[in-house]
Write a protein that binds this ligand. Structure first.
Ligand SMILES: Cc1cc2nc3c(=O)[nH]c(=O)nc-3n(C[C@H](O)[C@H](O)[C@H](O)COP(=O)(O)OP(=O)(O)OC[C@H]3O[C@@H](n4cnc5c(N)ncnc54)[C@H](O)[C@@H]3O)c2cc1C
Length: 389
């Protein structure tokens, strides 16, 4: 993909390559034009707006993780992050929705055959949406407790079970679903499958009503004797946990990127408020040292989070281990989004707490980034596990 725009030097991040700067400019312009004007309305209604995904397809950023040989843009990880930060700045729900295409593309990159990639990536490139269904009512952090089963019957796998909190899966065309092919083996019995929404026995259950990212689609999936071809198994039987963990390594810095976007938006809103809002002496409250130091602390956190994300992704793109750095970036950036958005609400007083401001949405949206793709408690288990190996 070749964005034609020139880079605005005042806005450009000079630590990025020129191509990455152009993508950043493209995503920033898209966010300003298509996302920011409607984000509050979507949030209020809690409705999923597919049209924006059609718009994002027009600029070629709807399936950034799909390699060029399969018709995608084949964006490197830092480029994906830079774009997702901009989309997170506009609306974390939209970024989460688009993130589903990335999250569900990664298992294919890890374990997909050429035929499986043709199928899966082909659907995404054509404008379809992808989902990743690992979580179940009794299996969140402990994915090995998965109760969904897959049994081989002739040349078909037969899937039975219930998935929950599956992002975009109510509207997705194709998804990666995890099921146990041998429950007696626990995590070693977990396997990953490609499931298309048209399969008989596949249906969407309850839609979650959420505190934040309200316009993203989060649903329960019901699988009743869903028959899928034998060659829809990703990798080998029993490799599901390995595939899921590698996928989450890839996805965590992307969630962290969205969180940086949320935090940057909160910081920008707080700075604008501090410049415009006058204290009892008629001076902008930003001239009070207590306020200006708070803004400085927020900026330190946002920039540190951004650089931790870039660090993890540069390691990934260099092909070296990055599990610990991905978990560190996810934890720090999402904790930053929560802290900085809460600080922005506090700094803006009753206006910050009101629906008239945008920062209360940022605070509600930030919370989920600490929970999905592994809670920040689980990230600490990952980090400690890497330290103590
Ligand atoms: C909006 C939203 C979208 C989501 N989208 C998806 C999706 O697309 N696909 C998908 O598969 N899942 C998705 N999830 C699920 C998400 O990944 C899980 O919620 C998350 O992994 C935590 O699982 P749980 O909610 O079952 O919490 P639990 O695992 O039940 O944990 C409850 C609490 O206990 C803590 N805890 C658990 N184990 C430990 C431990 N060993 N040590 C210390 N603390 C621990 C947790 O940190 C948490 O605070 C989504 C969730 C949300 C809220």
């Amino acid at each position: 993909m070749k964005p034609k725009r020139k880079v605005d030097e005042k806005m450009a991040d000079m630590t990025l390559t020129h191509e990455q700067q152009k993508l950043q400019a493209l995503a920033r312009e898209f966010t300003a034009k298509h996302i920011i004007p409607v984000a509050s309305e979507w949030d209020e209604k809690g409705e999923f707006h597919k049209f924006i995904l059609e718009e994002v397809k027009n600029i070629g950023l709807h399936c950034m993780a799909v390699p060029k040989e399969y018709g995608g843009p084949g964006c490197d990880s830092v480029s994906q992050s830079v774009v997702m930060e901009q989309f997170g700045y506009g609306c974390c729900a939209f970024a989460t929705t688009l993130g589903g295409n990335g999250l569900s593309s990664y298992p294919l990159a890890i374990a997909g055959t050429d035929e499986q990639k043709q199928l899966y990536y082909g659907r995404l490139v054509a404008g379809g949406m992808g989902g990743f269904a690992l979580t179940e009512p009794g299996a969140g952090s402990d994915a090995g407790s998965c109760a969904t089963t897959a049994k081989l019957d002739g040349d078909k796998w037969v899937l039975n079970g219930t998935k929950c909190f599956a992002t975009t899966c109510g509207v997705a065309n194709i998804m990666v679903v995890f099921a146990s092919t041998d429950p007696s083996k626990g995590v070693k019995g977990l396997s990953a499958f490609i499931v298309e929404k048209e399969r008989d026995g596949f249906s969407v259950g309850a839609v979650e009503h959420k505190m934040g990212i309200r316009s993203s689609n989060t649903v329960e999936l019901l699988l009743k004797n869903v028959r899928i071809p034998k060659n829809h198994l990703l990798g080998n039987e029993g490799e599901g946990m390995k595939i899921a963990m590698k996928t989450l390594d890839m996805a965590r810095p992307i969630v962290a990127s969205m969180a940086v976007g949320v935090a940057q938006r909160a910081l920008d809103a707080a700075v604008a408020f501090a410049k415009a809002y006058l204290d009892v002496n008629g001076k902008p409250i930003g001239m009070q040292q207590a306020v200006s130091f708070k803004l400085a602390d927020m900026a330190i956190q946002v920039e540190a989070a951004r650089q931790l994300v870039r660090n993890a992704l540069r390691l990934k793109d260099a092909g070296v281990p990055y599990t610990k750095e991905a978990a560190i970036a996810k934890t720090f950036a999402t904790d930053t989004a929560m802290q900085v958005s809460a600080d922005a609400v506090g700094l803006m007083g009753n206006y910050g707490y009101s629906k008239d401001s945008f920062v209360e949405k940022l605070m509600r949206d930030a919370k989920v980034t600490q929970i999905y793709e592994g809670t920040n408690q689980v990230q600490r288990i990952v980090i400690a596990g890497q330290l103590l190996r």
